[in-house]
Design a protein around this ligand. Structure first.
Ligand SMILES: [Zn+2]
Length: 385
């Protein structure tokens, strides 16, 4: 064998070894299951495919958790994980699932709205795969996924994404973006079918209020904000004022010309009120330094601080008091609580009596104190996602 062939063979072997390590990591993330210990108010677990059977057996199917008091009151749907690289949304839903106390009304909770997107990282971004939340009993581990449905589950992307049914042209990758494919269609792509199944869940279960948890980059104008359908504007505006006691909160109304978004289409294609909540995530801005699990947890980044000094951010940022994961989850909890409480004031005949921790609780006691040990819990209360 010539020297050049030996060199080629050596590179091939090296490539295969590296690919072997990488594929083991990809597989680990794809099949890792998150654990949640549901509170006493939990009644039933169902699957999204119940509302669109073609999702059965696909990575677009996801667990839907019912908390039904059996007494009259509004039905509230809260979901996280529309964009899994914004993990505070999913963790906030887990905190509600683990701690919800319910006297009347009904909660439907979905921690992983786009399951597929949570099973791979962002291509080319070298993001960490997991984050770990410290608790008194050890660490709770969660996935950090992608923004869009995984390419392995929906491929290829079109040159232009033509939104259904508005025919508006959107960026090609948004055909895999759960928050651009509403109201969806039953015979569309996987992501369109997931959105359609959510619409069917909302219409069939007669949901009154839909709350969609997100995190946003600090250089994006819609940060620390409610984005509301116009039918929920009064509720969201008043809730934003109530939030100020604990934290600053803005409110914007969903633009009528921008299609595919939950706060636009759920409001237009169902009777539910829909509000999306964004909290500042110092992890996904382009200007940040090393994107590590530490940054995801503590939110401290010197480049963001410099951007803040130059007035380039849409929210205040102080590296000595940066938005930690505890802080971001806490924000989503109070923002959703105030929305539901304000809904009760506007619709007193549908009032929901409930409790889950709010901003001050999580800031005082730590996020970990609201997560329970799956190993010592009653196995019938432990679920995997
Ligand atoms: Zn998002």
């Amino acid at each position: 064998m010539s020297t050049s062939n030996i060199r080629k063979l050596a590179f091939l072997v090296l490539f295969l070894v590296l690919a072997g390590f990488a594929s083991a990591e990809f597989k680990d993330l794809r099949y890792f299951k998150e654990k949640v210990v549901v509170s006493d108010a939990f009644t039933e677990k169902r699957m999204l495919s119940e509302w669109l059977t073609s999702l059965k057996g696909t990575w677009g199917d996801t667990p839907v958790y019912f908390y039904d008091s059996g007494k009259p009151g509004a039905t509230v749907l809260i979901y996280g994980g529309a964009h899994p690289y914004e993990p505070a949304g999913t963790i906030a839903v887990y905190v509600i699932m683990e701690n919800l106390q319910l006297t009347n009304g009904r909660f439907i909770l979905v921690p992983r709205a786009d399951m597929s997107a949570s099973t791979e990282g962002i291509l080319g971004n070298a993001y960490p795969q997991y984050l770990h939340i410290p608790t008194s009993w050890g660490q709770q581990k969660y996935r950090i996924g992608d923004r869009e449905t995984a390419l392995i589950d929906q491929w290829p992307d079109p040159f232009t994404y033509v939104h259904y049914p508005s025919k508006q042209n959107l960026a090609y990758q948004d055909l895999r973006n759960f928050n651009r494919t509403f109201p969806g269609r039953p015979d569309g792509t996987l992501t369109e079918r997931m959105s359609y199944a959510f619409m069917e869940l909302i219409r069939n279960e007669k949901i009154d209020l839909v709350i969609d948890f997100h995190e946003a980059s600090l250089m994006y104008p819609v940060v620390d904000t409610y984005v509301t359908h116009q039918r929920a504007e009064d509720v969201a505006m008043m809730a934003a004022m109530m939030c100020q006691i604990e934290m600053p909160m803005k409110c914007e109304v969903s633009p009528k010309g921008l299609r595919g978004l939950t706060h636009r289409e759920i409001g237009d294609y169902s009777d539910a009120l829909c509000v999306l909540i964004e909290t500042a995530e110092p992890f996904i801005d382009r200007v940040v330094g090393r994107v590590t699990e530490q940054l995801m947890i503590d939110g401290k980044d010197e480049f963001l601080e410099r951007a803040s000094e130059k007035g380039l951010l849409y929210t205040s940022y102080d590296i000595s008091d940066a938005p930690t994961i505890d802080h971001r989850v806490a924000r989503l909890l109070t923002a959703s609580l105030e929305l539901i409480k304000m809904y009760d004031q506007f619709y007193p005949d549908k009032a929901v009596e409930f409790w889950y921790p709010r901003f001050t609780d999580v800031k005082t006691n730590g996020l970990g104190s609201y997560l329970h040990d799956p190993a010592s819990a009653d196995p019938s209360r432990v679920f995997e996602n």
